[in-house]
Design a binder for this molecule. Structure first.
Ligand code: NDP
Ligand code: 8X3
Length: 252
């Protein structure tokens, strides 16, 4: 059987770009996300274009019991996951700490940190049984720097950075590679989600400079995954050329 990649947050942006790239490379795919119609469209497109098999998992990474159920009830051959891309994530709001919404904070912590852990718990067990695998954790420049009003989102991505390092230690004896990918500004649905559907506000985030596109990040992930067996890429920070760090941008 061909190699298998499990991608969380495959319905949009970076996850969707990874689905295309890994399909092109002949991987069978397990695609996870909440929007079922997008999962169906993507799976149909990929199986129409490439000789691969695709499993769709319509699920919310925050739902611990259900994540456990939908993953553990996969047919045995689909549990031989070679690559897990922990990509599902989001930001909600951009407010100073005293004005932030506690509901938004819960959503970000539950998705970006706890959701990533729930998926990792199940899949890392499979990888330990196989004594092989590669986990890609999508962090952010927000996990390396903090920027004004980024507070809780930045905290969740710092947590991802810590977990990335911790996973690498814990899984080292089992020949499992762990890579952190930390992009700067990527134009996806990210800002539309952050600003709760306000497309005008979201567009302004990318005004006056050329942001990364999802494909740029997928390419970096593929670089890490396609290294020889003896090489691990621990960490990659990928920025638009016009962005120096989490809060310094050169706009025209
Ligand atoms: P998008 O909003 O385009 O994609 C986010 C994906 O995550 C969607 O497929 C969404 O699917 C999925 N998702 C969100 N919440 C859940 C959930 N509870 N359960 C399952 N899936 C979920 O944004 P990006 O592609 O930009 O974001 C991907 C990752 O990259 C995130 O972790 C983000 O923090 C990170 N990142 C983004 C940057 C950027 O500037 N865009 C920069 C650095 C990091 P659905 O809604 O169907 O569930
Ligand atoms: C998303 C990029 O700069 O908005 O992680 O934090 S940023």
């Amino acid at each position: 059987m061909a190699k298998i990649a499990l991608i969380t947050g495959a319905t949009s942006g970076i996850g969707e770009a990874c689905a295309h790239l890994f399909a092109q490379q002949g991987y069978h795919l397990i695609l996870l996300g909440r929007r079922e119609n997008l999962l169906i469209d993507l799976a149909d497109e990929l199986t129409g274009q490439y000789t691969i098999e695709v499993r769709k998992i319509q699920a919310d990474v925050r739902d611990k019991e259900n994540i456990n159920y939908v993953l553990e009830t996969l047919p045995a051959q689909w549990k031989n996951v070679d690559v897990l891309i922990n990509n599902a994530g989001l930001s909600q709001g951009l407010d100073p700490i005293d004005k932030g919404s506690t509901d938004d904070w819960d959503t970000m912590i539950d998705t970006n940190v706890k959701g990533l852990l729930y998926v990792t718990k199940v899949v890392s067990n499979w990888m330990v049984s196989q004594q092989k695998g590669h986990i890609i954790n999508i962090g952010s420049i927000a996990g390396k720097d903090v920027y004004p009003n980024g507070n809780v989102y930045c905290a969740t991505k710092h947590a991802v950075d810590a977990l990335n390092k911790a996973m690498r230690i814990d899984l080292l004896p089992h020949h499992i590679k762990v890579t952190g990918i930390h992009p700067g500004a990527v134009e996806t649905e990210f800002s539309i989600v952050r600003f709760k559907g306000d497309e005008n506000r979201a567009k302004k985030v990318y005004d006056g400079f050329e942001p990364l596109i999802a494909q740029d990040v997928a390419d970096a992930i593929w670089y890490a995954v396609s290294r020889p067996a003896h090489v691990n890429i621990n960490d990659m920070i990928i920025m638009p050329a016009a962005q120096a760090n989490g809060f310094v941008l050169k706009r025209d």
